[in-house]
Design a protein around this ligand. Structure first.
Ligand SMILES: *[C@@H]1O[C@H](CO)[C@@H](O)[C@H](O)[C@H]1NC(C)=O
Ligand SMILES: *[C@@H]1O[C@H](CO)[C@@H](O)[C@H](O)[C@H]1NC(C)=O
Ligand SMILES: *[C@@H]1O[C@H](CO)[C@@H](O)[C@H](O)[C@H]1NC(C)=O
Ligand SMILES: *[C@@H]1O[C@H](CO)[C@@H](O)[C@H](O)[C@H]1NC(C)=O
Ligand SMILES: *[C@@H]1O[C@H](CO)[C@@H](O)[C@H](O)[C@H]1NC(C)=O
Length: 480
């Protein structure tokens, strides 16, 4: 009897302490542009283990949503930019809403809260490609949600890049924030429509990019530790670019007549490789500033209080485009294999601890591919390195990155190995016209990690999709 009580009490203590280290209210972006993906069920377990209650997706992938079924995690599903134009056809929008939202809207289904209509569709780099489709697509989707009877709980919003608003050069303070002149009309209409539907504004804010894009940018202003000369805006002192940027949006909304519109930060984070400022220490410094403020509901000078926020991102994605920069593949708070990179400040813990890593990760064999120093003919070396780095991720070799500064042998081995791993260690992937050889020795050096890739997740994905179909069928059968 006593023993039983003792067991119960220890169980209770473990439950309570597990619950206490949850990251309260924290959201993450779950992007999936990786060469090898963790099984979906492993990622969902990773979210659950760390108490991550909100997840933002970049599509409405059926197997991902099936893996999230029954978890009660809040989900933002998304319509990629390329599909916006099709939503001008209202019937198409109705169909999209039925198969990607309504379908999961049952007790024990998926807790879908938002539909992201496009992803940063007004980015200057897109040259206006999505300018005309975004507002009509937003309207079609929200109207279809309303018509289907889910519009009260599911809101359509447009995740926008912070370059949709700005302050004039002549008065570069947050209170002078206005929407970018070339899109001011459409932005005002979008805001008006979202306001009518009680939908929030969604913005992505990247202090890292402020620093990356501008060699004159004061480094301390990218973080939250003070130390930068404050920017004085009518008596408000701004000491970090996050607050200044957020409040520029608050002012732009106010000028458009929607000063109290709720704002979600759709993406915020710091990359850990691929640039001189992208490293673990800076990421720690950034999150060490951001997360306690989030937990304490500090908000910004113009919007004190809770801010709904989604970190970018959950996992590293080694197949993302490096158009914006090599750092693009290194935004994860977890590595490619679901292991935490650094400690983070957690609600209720009141200190930094490592998040719980992904469980039961299956890796390939502990073997590496390296440059063969006995190779005779090196005339095609350049071609072979280019080939490897086209199909695998060599960004850690670049300037300021974790594997920069190795000798030529090290460089070549890195390229050969990363290709070999990406190719699931297929024997023929470690040949490179006789210039490569296998080794059982871990050839990592210093900061440079010659990683072993994770095994494929293909089979499990199919299995979880099948189990979802059964869940839905069961639901339909028992409902009638
Ligand atoms: C936008 O225009 C620039 C310059 O004309 C061009 O290089 C780029 O490819 C264009 N981008 C898109 C998405 O059309
Ligand atoms: C958007 O519409 C305007 C006005 O109808 C037109 O001038 C412009 O070319 C359109 N832009 C695109 C990218 O289709
Ligand atoms: C190694 O590769 C990097 C990135 O391509 C390059 O900058 C560096 O010069 C190379 N080092 C040697 C010794 O070739
Ligand atoms: C290889 O060595 C590095 C550096 O010592 C280490 O961090 C990594 O875990 C090792 N990799 C494997 C697969 O054992
Ligand atoms: C190298 O990567 C492995 C796998 O994620 C990780 O366990 C290890 O800590 C990493 N080592 C370094 C030095 O980053």
């Amino acid at each position: 009897m006593e023993r039983k009580w003792l067991l119960f009490v220890s169980w209770l203590i473990i439950r309570v302490s597990l619950w206490a280290c949850k990251v309260e209210g924290l959201g993450v972006n779950w992007g999936t542009q990786a060469n090898h993906k963790l099984p979906l069920s492993t990622v969902v377990q990773l979210l659950k283990d760390n108490g991550i209650q909100k997840v933002k997706l970049f599509d409405a992938d059926e197997s991902t949503l099936s893996a999230l079924t029954g978890t009660n995690i809040e989900v933002m599903v998304a319509i990629p930019n390329g599909e916006l134009a099709a939503m001008l056809d209202y019937h198409h929008a109705q169909k999209w809403v039925r198969s990607n939202v309504v379908r999961y809207n049952f007790k024990g289904g998926v807790n879908i809260k938002y539909v992201a209509v496009g992803n940063e569709p007004f980015l200057k780099a897109y040259n206006g490609t999505y300018e005309n489709a975004t507002l009509p697509a937003l309207q079609s989707i929200q109207n279809a949600l309303n018509e289907a009877g889910v519009g009260n709980s599911v809101k359509a919003t447009v995740p926008l890049n912070a370059d949709v608003y700005e302050s004039p050069q002549s008065n570069p303070v947050p209170s002078a924030g206005r929407f970018r002149p070339d899109i001011a009309d459409v932005m005002t209409q979008i805001v008006q429509f979202m306001s009518q539907n009680n939908a929030p504004f969604t913005v992505n804010i990247y202090p890292f990019l402020s620093l990356y894009g501008n060699p004159d940018f004061p480094v301390n202003y990218a973080f939250f530790d003070g130390g930068a000369t404050p920017l004085d805006d009518n008596g408000i002192q701004y000491t970090n670019v996050f607050d200044a940027n957020f409040d520029t949006l608050v002012s732009a909304l106010k000028a458009a007549g929607y000063g109290t519109m709720p704002i979600i930060v759709g993406e915020v984070g710091w990359p850990t490789d691929g640039d001189i400022n992208a490293n673990i220490n800076n990421a720690i410094k950034f999150y060490r500033g951001l997360l306690p403020r989030l937990v304490a509901n500090t908000g910004t000078p113009l919007r004190p209080g809770y801010i709904e926020m989604y970190l970018f991102g959950l996992l590293d994605e080694d197949a993302k485009s490096v158009g914006p920069g090599s750092f693009e593949r290194h935004w994860g708070i977890f590595r490619y294999d679901g292991q935490p990179k650094f400690p983070m400040y957690l609600a209720n813990e009141n200190r930094e601890i490592y998040l719980i890593g992904a469980r039961n990760v299956q890796y390939l064999e502990k073997q590496w591919c390296e440059f063969n120093p006995n190779a005779k003919d090196l005339s095609k070396l350049g071609d072979n390195i280019n080939f490897a780095c086209t199909y695998a991720d060599c960004t850690p070799l670049g300037y300021g990155s974790s594997c920069n500064g190795m000798d030529l042998n090290g460089n070549v081995s890195y390229a050969f190995n990363v290709y070999y791993q990406t190719q699931y260690q297929k024997l023929e992937a470690c040949d490179f016209e006789g210039m490569a050889r296998l080794t059982m020795k871990n050839i990592s050096t210093g900061n440079c990690n010659f990683t072993i890739q994770i095994a494929s997740s293909g089979l499990r994905t199919a299995a979880s999709a099948a189990s979802f179909t059964i869940t839905v069928l069961t639901f339909l059968i028992f409902r009638v």
